[in-house]
Design a protein around this ligand. Structure first.
Ligand code: ZN
Length: 153
């Protein structure tokens, strides 16, 4: 496939922002992404750009944005990953409601140490849960997993 025309097609349709994003200047779909027709096939603009500039596109993988700007089609801001990678990337940037809106079920690092410390010290699971935006059940599971037994009186 001759991709030079695809590259031109992409470059002609973007505005380059101060941050270096290539923002699609034509119609953007309600989901935040643009679509473009190339060789009578409809592509997401960022996927076509990835293909045009990298020369390959794995149809099974998502094309993710490192810049977090869905309108952006700068190939330097795009990488391929699985749907799961994309969701995790989104979650780590706070784009999906795993952080604040849904109760957390996992906890890591120093937070985990604090939770375990408090659980050992006998702080009520409900109180620990409130601090970390978790459910008491999750705290209970963590405690069991880490072999914390509470003295039952
Ligand atoms: Zn970008």
């Amino acid at each position: 496939m001759d991709l030079s025309r695809a590259r031109v097609k992409v470059v002609e349709r973007v505005n380059i922002t101060d941050s270096g994003c290539w923002e699609w200047k034509l119609k953007i779909r309600p989901n935040g992404y643009a679509r473009v027709t190339y060789l009578r096939q409809s592509f997401y603009a960022h996927r076509l750009s990835f293909l045009a500039f990298n020369g390959h596109l794995d149809g099974k993988l998502d094309v993710c944005h490192s810049c977090d700007n869905r309108k952006c089609v700068n190939p330097a801001h795009l990488f391929q990953g699985t749907r799961k990678d994309n969701m995790q990337d989104a979650a780590s940037k706070g784009r999906v409601a795993t952080g604040d809106k849904l109760p957390q079920t996992k906890i890591h690092g120093s937070d985990l140490e604090h939770v375990l410390y408090m659980a050992k010290a006998g702080v009520k699971y409900k109180e620990i849960a409130d601090i970390y935006g978790m459910t008491p059940q999750s705290i209970g599971k963590i405690a069991i997993k880490h072999n914390i037994r509470r003295n039952k009186k």
